[in-house]
Ligand binder design. Structure first.
Ligand SMILES: [Zn+2]
Length: 224
């Protein structure tokens, strides 16, 4: 077990409790496959399960990257919302699939309280959808739709890069999420933007993926 997991010490920015949370060692992570919307399949140990840090005292939850990056205004909102809250559940140890799912839902709720950027919300919703996909649960679609709506809003209102993704990657993802939700007209329109983008060569990998998925959607539309 020691070689698979390790713990990280952190301090909750809301209630100031110091706690340790579990993470998977990168050396224990083995990738088995990837879907077109970047969902990764792991053998044995899934690091996505541990992306969200949750304070065992007040329940403040956020992805590791943004856990300690709260503005004062956001802290105030969360201190008010979480004051004297008892969550009665501890996410700091080894997580089950259900624990992982719940951790993302709590992070989504927390992000919505502080009016987080739509791109952040989209990323959380997309990973929640992947967790449902791992167990072939229909609820995947609800969270794909949520992710799509958030990415559409982010595309309109935010400046790139968002969540380490350039404009082309976000356009591609919107096209691919639309395809998965059987919104084929929308999907092909978004893939078209990339295929005919004047700056198309700047992200060759995404350009190539967009062409492949464009063909897939065209194939489906012809059959319909
Ligand atoms: Zn706390």
């Amino acid at each position: 077990m020691k070689n698979i997991y390790y713990t990280k010490d952190i301090k909750c920015p809301i209630c100031l409790l110091e706690f340790s949370t579990t993470k998977v060692r990168m050396s224990a992570v083995k990738v088995e496959g990837k879907d077109e919307d970047f969902c990764v399949y792991y053998k044995d140990h899934n690091p996505i399960y541990y992306d969200i840090f949750i304070c065992p005292s007040c329940g403040y939850a956020s992805s590791e990257n943004s856990f300690n990056k709260l503005e004062d205004r956001e802290k105030e909102i969360l201190i008010k919302a979480f004051f004297n809250r008892e969550i009665g559940r501890n996410f700091c140890g080894i997580r089950s699939h259900t624990d992982a799912l719940d951790s993302y839902k709590i992070a989504l709720y927390t992000a919505s309280l502080i009016g987080a950027r739509k791109s952040n919300m989209a990323g959380l919703a997309l990973k929640t959808a992947w967790l449902y996909r791992y167990t072939e649960d229909e609820k995947e679609k609800d969270f794909l739709k949520m992710a799509l709506d958030f990415y559409l809003e982010a595309y309109d209102k935010e400046s790139f890069p968002v969540n380490n993704m350039d404009e082309h990657t976000v356009i591609y993802l919107i096209g691919e999420l639309s395809r998965r939700l059987e919104l084929y007209e929308e999907s092909i329109n978004w893939f078209n933007r990339l295929v005919s983008h004047p700056d198309g060569g700047s992200n060759i990998r995404i350009q190539k993926m967009a062409r492949e998925q464009w063909r897939v959607v065209r194939g489906i539309m012809k059959k319909i």
